[in-house]
Design a protein around this ligand. Structure first.
Ligand code: AMP
Length: 115
């Protein structure tokens, strides 16, 4: 855990409400500033700054993060209609919280390309 990381605090249950989903490895919770009717963030419980800092030992963890997103999309009833998974990475990627996370966005027709 990184002491001044807001997502580490959410994973540890120190701030925020009960997560949408949590297991030993990942936590999912609703984005405080939703950009779509469904906007969930999925994080590894372990502090990883971004995809750039993930390494080979994180391979199973990253797969688990993606498959958890699919399960949540199914549970939230958006899997068939479709959804988008986004991992903003670094300054040009628009990353603002430096704890690796996936955005799960759904519930409206999303445009492409993103801004
Ligand atoms: P990114 O810009 O890709 O780093 O995404 C960070 C996301 O975290 C943004 O969509 C924020 O709205 C969201 N966010 C920041 N703080 C919180 C929080 N305390 N609880 C839930 N979502 C948050």
């Amino acid at each position: 855990m990184s002491q001044d990381c807001i997502f580490c605090k959410i994973a540890a249950g120190q701030i925020g409400g009960p997560p949408l989903f949590q297991d030993e490895h990942v936590t999912a919770f609703r984005d405080v500033n939703p950009q779509a009717p469904l906007h969930v963030l999925l994080i590894p419980n372990k502090h990883i700054v971004s995809l750039n800092e993930a390494n080979a030992e994180d391979q199973a963890l990253l797969g688990h993060l993606m498959l958890t997103a699919v399960k949540l999309a199914q549970a939230e009833g958006v899997a068939n209609g479709g959804y988008r998974l986004v991992a903003n990475t670094g300054p040009n990627g628009g990353q603002s919280v430096f704890h690796l996370h996936l955005h799960l966005l759904a519930g409206r027709r999303l445009t492409w390309p993103p801004g």
